[in-house]
Ligand binder design. Structure first.
Ligand code: TRP
Length: 330
């Protein structure tokens, strides 16, 4: 069976953008591949080294979300990066063969430094971010790496580092393919990309009253200030992007008609949307609270995942050491 590996930095509670953009895809992949999904807590440290105390709580919140949407520890190996120290050794060894210009050329390097201008990211660890990512991926001899387009340059670098390793020492690793995740258009409450840092996100764990409150603030068709004006959801109604996800086809058609004919106003329309989303999230939230009330279960799942990951990592590292050292006369 082919292997899939992907990871997420522990950003805390996940929102519906993560669900439709990443998690739905991971959940599907676990049916056809041997999957490894992990929490990239060392990667989080590359940008948050001044304030690491939030990371452990964020890990727990994120993994709760993973499990509640149906990532299944019986099918996939779920673990925390720093529980598998072999990642650090492989990262070190790959750093020996990675030319610095490859890293300086990495588009996310400059971009992130500019975007996170309040932090000092002129560190060795931040420059080496993609080398650590390469170690994460090839440790498990992953064939496919599902990521969004923003991460594609990192997978490309992984491919280059892998080829270089195989060429210098021995053909230990398959060169992994990127599996580009098509992210459905899911704007946040204000129409910008949904993101925790923009404060425009609906979280998977938001309770019903806060979902109602948030959706009521969503921008609808700006060319329809009054209910008596004819609307068009296809024009620029931000809320309608969510209708597409949570409303059954027949309801969707009726909503379009009623909006155009002024029968349905935006306030009532968004109330219907809130209820549909609340119903959609209900089983997810039920699973989440069952898990949250049993923290021992979460730590067992992660311990077991780390043990499974480590058994693969230990074997890989034996091959890596033998490939490197067999070249020297000792
Ligand atoms: N850099 C990725 C992100 O920010 C997280 C990540 C770390 C990752 N290692 C990985 C993703 C390996 C895929 C494969 O989203």
């Amino acid at each position: 069976m082919q292997r899939v590996l992907s990871g997420m930095r522990p950003s805390g509670k996940l929102h519906i953008g993560h669900l439709h953009g990443v998690l739905d895809n991971w959940r599907r992949l676990q049916e056809t591949y041997e999957c490894f999904f992990f929490v990239a807590d060392w990667h989080a440290l590359t940008t948050n080294y001044e304030n690491p105390c939030t990371i452990p709580k964020n890990i727990a919140e994120m993994v709760l979300d993973w499990l509640s949407v149906g990532l299944d520890p019986g099918k996939s190996t779920l673990f925390i990066q720093s529980d598998v120290k072999e990642h650090a050794e492989l990262y070190l060894l790959l750093s020996m063969i990675t030319p610095v210009p490859w890293l300086e050329r990495n588009p996310t390097y400059k971009e992130q430094q500019e975007q996170l201008a309040d932090r000092d990211l002129s560190t060795f660890g931040f420059l080496g971010y993609p080398v650590l990512q390469a170690a994460d991926i090839i440790m498990y001899k992953a064939n496919k790496v599902p990521v969004g387009v923003d991460q594609a340059p990192h997978v490309e670098l992984t491919r280059e580092i892998t080829r270089r390793f195989n060429y210098l020492y021995r053909e230990v690793f398959p060169v992994p393919d990127v599996l580009l995740t098509r992210v459905p258009k899911l704007p946040g409450l204000d129409g910008r990309k949904m993101s925790k840092s923009y404060g425009n996100a609906i979280f998977l764990s938001d309770p019903p009253p806060s979902i109602r409150e948030k959706i009521s603030t969503m921008v609808t068709d700006v060319e329809r200030p009054r209910k008596s004006d004819t609307g068009d959801p296809e024009r620029r109604c931000v809320a309608f992007n969510l209708h597409r996800l949570y409303m059954p086809e027949e309801r969707l058609n009726a909503i379009v008609e009623d909006c155009k004919s002024t029968r349905l106003g935006c306030v009532a329309c968004k109330k219907g949307l809130s209820e549909a989303l609340i119903a959609y999230l209900a089983p997810i939230q039920e699973r989440r609270s069952a898990l949250a009330s049993n923290p021992g279960r979460l730590s067992d799942i992660l311990k077991d995942g780390a043990a499974r990951a480590r058994s693969v990592a230990i074997k890989t590292m034996e091959e890596v050491r033998s490939a490197i050292w067999s070249h020297s006369v000792r």
